[in-house]
Design a protein around this ligand. Sequence first.
Ligand SMILES: C[C@@](CO)(OP(=O)(O)O)[C@H](O)COP(=O)(O)OP(=O)(O)OC[C@H]1O[C@@H](n2ccc(N)nc2=O)[C@H](O)[C@@H]1O
Ligand SMILES: Nc1ncnc2c1ncn2[C@@H]1O[C@H](COP(=O)(O)OP(=O)(O)O)[C@@H](O)[C@H]1O
Length: 298
Amino acid sequence: MSTADKSLSGWAPAKVNLYLHVGPPKPNGRHDLESLVMFSGSGAADHLTAEPAEGLSLSVAGPFAAAAGAGDDNLVLQAARALQAASGTQQGARLSLKKWLPVAAGIGGGSSDAATALRLLTKLWALDPNHAIALAPGLGGDVPVALAGQPSLMRGEGERVTPLPALPPVYAVLVNPGVPCPTGPVFRDHDAAGGGAGFAEIDPPPEFSGPKAFAAWLGQQRNDLESPAIARVPEIGAVLEFLRAQPGVLLARMSGSGATCFALCEALAFAERATAVIAHDAHKAHWWTAASRLGAAP
Ligand SMILES: C[C@@](CO)(OP(=O)(O)O)[C@H](O)COP(=O)(O)OP(=O)(O)OC[C@H]1O[C@@H](n2ccc(N)nc2=O)[C@H](O)[C@@H]1O
Ligand SMILES: Nc1ncnc2c1ncn2[C@@H]1O[C@H](COP(=O)(O)OP(=O)(O)O)[C@@H](O)[C@H]1O
């Protein structure tokens, strides 16, 4: 079998925080969270290929390649090195990443890339999957849920993941206004605005009658980082206003620490319609957008 025959590839989808409740700052300055997380399909995803090689290397292409970079701090290489160290393997890999997702955008593209690297390399190097599970939290708060790849509740700083297998399928349009929104400062602004009251842990009902009931329940929850993010990046407010005015939208909210927002739609056609409206508006030429089902990772 040639080297090319042994190559493995997989999608690294966007993570969407359907709600995000934030606790008070802890002594380490970070925050416990509670979030319901779902994943996009392959229409809104990075793509990673791994083939056997001596040593580790990474090449990055695609519209957001420059923003992600291909250096040692790329989360794909960090994940690969961490897996080598944890397992003690001497094996290497040639990794190729196609970067379709905006960077530092509240949709965890880097974490998703890291999780996909862990999954592919565990298989390529024939390792015990427990190595990847054990090291995932150390790579970033969103890596454990991305490795699980299932709609899930995420708690703690992201290390506690509870899969939610019975959620109804939903469709969404994702929109990023092309303006950076820095995670640390948004958390600090949330604290400064009195966000330290915390939250009571909740569990979603065991079953929803359909997408409308699911969206109505989500509407009673919040993204606690949305207001401080809008105060920093007012264009997030413009994105939400646009999304709420589109037909077929059940709920519009920001994901993570921003700036990407999502709108849950009654059907994929409504999500695709919203992306077409953006594509035909010259004032929104800098907006990134994608329509996708939300559910398990592809
Ligand atoms: C907020 C979330 C929600 O899914 O998503 P994104 O906005 O990154 O997509 C994540 O928890 C992001 O987790 P993670 O990826 O580990 O965050 P980092 O980049 O390390 O965080 C940057 C900074 O944000 C603050 N931070 C982050 C996570 C957390 N639980 N508490 C915090 O206070 C800290 O000041 C930290 O130094
Ligand atoms: N493969 C990668 N893709 C995106 N960002 C990466 C990657 N590797 C490292 N990074 C760094 O990780 C940080 C968070 O990126 P990302 O996961 O896109 O953020 P977010 O969770 O806010 O969407 C960025 O500052 C970026 O420089």
